[in-house]
Design a protein around this ligand. Structure first.
Ligand SMILES: Cc1cc2nc3c(=O)[nH]c(=O)nc-3n(C[C@H](O)[C@H](O)[C@H](O)COP(=O)(O)OP(=O)(O)OC[C@H]3O[C@@H](n4cnc5c(N)ncnc54)[C@H](O)[C@@H]3O)c2cc1C
Length: 403
């Protein structure tokens, strides 16, 4: 079971899985791997939820360093947070709240309580609060990291600043992050508006969503348009869902233009006010945050992501082609599917506010030609920093930076 990838499309047999109890243990494991550099690839595993099974290195024969025993979370007096990278998001949310009502923006918790902070922060870390608070990656003040020669370094911006920049998007074995936090909002509105409509109305709904987020969605609104498999020919089932951090009165005012721009009324709607933790439990889908209560699940899936820039949104003809396809082939297939459209940018979004030069990432997401699409002009710089800190690196997986 320990070697199973979360996505069962991928089956890899690790050379070994080790379970260190401290940063020093991680360093010792990396040192043990050094004499066989070049033959034994080394990879970290935090929550194990990589889509592409990158934690077993994306190949057989990897030495997997499982960080699940590194569970410390310390809330500092200034409400920054030191968090070891074996923690999972659900447990982090509970621990923070128990320690003085602080939270931070990793809160896309649909089925996600089990995602690990190691991989989540390393890949950016988008959540429902990200438009208001930023990505998790952008909240990191310093990182404790084990590099290829088994040295333990701290990388705040003032020392090892090149390493810190590189860690922002291409980290190796990070054992602890220090991050900024925010106060948990007292009022959170969890909402859903569901429609069952033909492809033509579904197209209008997606067009309304695009126009709303370009001009009218405040950053405190986490909004998603979800389209789900429903076996009825020519009928599309789709919902506006997610969470608003603020009062019910303000939410009603903000959402009204979106709902009234749709020609038909929702088939069902649900708008409920919650305090912070209950809102996360509700959004978590699995009804709980404490990951010690139940074993993690596994899944079998194929996923694809597309980014639609705010100044070049989907054309009406493209939207219509999508829903014609989903309403025909989509409802007759045996494969369950869903399509999710999330808001990242828009007026006031903190995600777009961070200069691209501040992290190694040059693009938020992509799935092909990853060197240029993730990192752009930053990739050669990243390679030279990687060569400096990790020459003849044992850290190898499909999208590892090459030395
Ligand atoms: C159902 C589901 C929903 C998701 N929804 C979202 C979402 O809404 N928003 C979002 O931003 N992401 C989302 N993700 C993506 C998720 O954040 C990433 O897959 C993340 O990398 C998983 O982190 P992990 O630690 O659980 O995975 P792991 O498989 O343990 O790690 C993922 C990668 O990071 C590396 N890594 C892990 N820990 C460390 C470390 N300490 N130091 C260096 N490298 C490390 C691993 O080697 C591997 O390459 C979702 C994933 C799933 C499965």
């Amino acid at each position: 079971m320990d070697s199973l990838a979360f996505n069962r499309h991928f089956e890899y047999t690790p050379a070994a899985i080790v379970f260190p109890r401290s940063t020093q243990d991680v360093a010792i494991v990396v040192k043990c791997a050094s004499p066989v550099n070049g033959t034994i690839p080394v990879s970290a595993r935090s929550g194990g939820h990589s889509y592409g099974a990158f934690n077993p290195g994306g190949q057989d024969g990897t030495l997997v360093i499982d960080l699940s025993n590194l569970k410390n979370i310390t809330v500092n007096q200034d409400y920054t947070l030191n968090i070891q990278t074996g923690n999972r998001l659900g447990d982090v949310a509970l621990a923070l709240f128990a320690n003085g009502n602080v939270q931070w923006p990793m809160l896309k918790l649909d089925l996600l309580a089990y995602v690990g902070i190691g991989g989540h922060a390393g890949c950016g870390g988008f959540g429902l609060a990200s438009r208001a608070w930023g990505l998790v990656l952008d909240q990191i003040e310093s990182t404790r990291v084990v590099i290829a020669n088994s040295t333990v370094l701290r990388a705040p911006e003032s020392i090892n600043s090149d390493l810190f920049w590189a860690l922002h998007g291409a980290s190796r074995i990070a054992t602890e992050y220090k991050v900024r936090t925010r106060s948990a909002p007292p009022s959170n509105i969890v909402f859903s508006y569901t429609y069952s409509v033909d492809p033509s109305v579904a197209s209008e709904i997606l067009a309304s969503f695009q126009s709303f987020y370009q001009y009218s969605a405040p950053p405190e609104l986490g909004l998603q348009l979800s389209v789900f498999f429903f076996r009825q020919l020519g009928i599309i089932t789709l919902s506006f869902i997610e969470i608003y951090m603020g009062s019910l009165t303000a939410f009603n005012t903000i959402i009204a233009p979106l709902i009234s721009s749709v020609a038909v009324s929702p088939r069902t709607s649900n708008v409920t006010q919650f305090e912070w933790i209950p809102s996360l439990v509700r959004k978590g889908g699995i009804g709980m945050l404490d990951t010690s209560l139940r074993l993690d699940a596994i899944d079998t899936f194929f996923a694809k992501s597309l980014m639609v820039p705010h100044d070049a949104v989907l054309a009406p003809s493209a939207i219509r082609a999508l829903f014609d396809y989903l309403g025909a082939e989509g409802v007759t297939t045996d494969t369950k599917w869903f399509v999710l459209a999330d808001l990242f940018d828009g007026e006031g979004s903190m995600i777009g506010d961070i200069p691209l030069s501040s992290t190694a990432y040059a693009q938020p997401l992509s799935d092909i030609q990853w060197q240029t699409q993730y990192y752009g002009d930053h990739y050669p710089i990243l390679q030279s920093i990687h060569s400096k800190y990790n020459p003849s690196s044992p850290f190898r997986y499909p999208q590892a930076v090459a030395t």
